[in-house]
Design a protein. Structure first.
Length: 201
C-alpha cells in the first residue's frame, strides 16, 4: 500500500511542484505561527505528455484581494454555473464562454489529474516575461566563477524586454527585485556586464 510519502512524491513528480507544507493553514493565527512560510517550488514548462496545451486564459476569483485561479479543488455548481473559490470561499459566476460546462463536459482546469496546468495566455498587452534567478552562494571560488559565467551567458540570451530578479542565499538571503541593487550586495559573483537600469522588475 502506498504511504503518505509515496502519495506526496507521486504528486510532486506529476505536477513538478514541491510545497514547504503538505497542508494549508486553516486559520490566520495558524498561518502566523508557521516557522517556515508557505511556499512552492515550481518547475516551469514541465513536460506533461498527458496534458493538452491550454490555449486560453485562466478564470480568476472575483474578489480583488484573492484572484485565485479556478482549479479542481473548487466547488462547482453546474446548474447555476457558479464556482466557489477554495481560498476565500467567494462564489463566482463562470464567464459566458463556459455556458456549456457540465459534469461530463469539464474544462481542463477542473479535471483532478490536471492539478497543475500552464496556460498559454491569449490576451494582448501581457506583462513582459520574468526571469527570477535563485543562487546558492555557499560554494568555493571556482564554482562561483563558473556560476558567474553561466549567469552572464543566461543574461545575454534573455530578451531585452524581459524583467529579471535575483535571489541569493548563503549565510543570508538577499532578495532584490532590481538586479542593479543586488549587484551591490553580491560583489563576489557580480558585477555582471549590465547597465544599471537595463533589468528591473
Ligand atoms: Zn477567492
Amino acid at each position: 500500500m502506498a504511504t503518505w510519502q509515496d502519495f506526496i512524491n507521486q504528486n510532486e513528480d506529476r505536477d513538478g511542484v514541491r510545497m514547504t507544507w503538505n497542508v494549508w493553514p486553516a486559520t490566520r493565527i495558524e498561518s502566523t505561527k508557521m516557522v517556515v512560510p508557505l511556499a512552492a517550488l515550481v518547475t516551469p514548462l514541465k513536460e506533461r505528455p498527458d496534458m493538452p496545451p491550454i490555449c486560453y486564459d485562466p478564470v480568476l476569483c472575483g474578489r480583488t484581494q484573492c484572484r485565485a485561479v479556478l482549479n479542481p479543488m473548487c466547488q462547482v455548481d453546474y446548474r447555476s454555473k457558479t464556482w466557489t473559490c477554495n481560498f476565500c470561499l467567494q462564489r463566482n459566476a463562470f464567464p459566458q464562454h463556459y455556458a456549456a460546462i457540465s459534469e461530463s463536459n469539464q474544462p481542463a482546469e477542473l479535471i483532478s489529474q490536471f492539478s497543475t496546468i500552464e496556460y498559454q495566455l491569449q490576451r494582448s498587452g501581457q506583462a513582459p516575461v520574468i526571469f527570477l534567478f535563485v543562487v546558492d552562494t555557499c560554494q568555493d571560488e571556482e564554482n562561483l566563477q563558473a556560476l558567474k559565467e553561466s549567469l552572464q551567458l543566461s543574461l545575454s540570451l534573455i530578451p531585452p524586454t524581459a524583467l529579471v530578479g535575483l535571489i541569493t542565499f548563503g549565510k543570508m538571503v538577499c532578495m532584490r527585485s532590481n538586479l542593479h541593487l543586488c549587484i551591490t550586495h553580491f560583489p563576489l559573483l557580480l558585477p555582471l556586464s549590465l547597465s544599471p537600469h537595463s533589468h528591473s522588475i
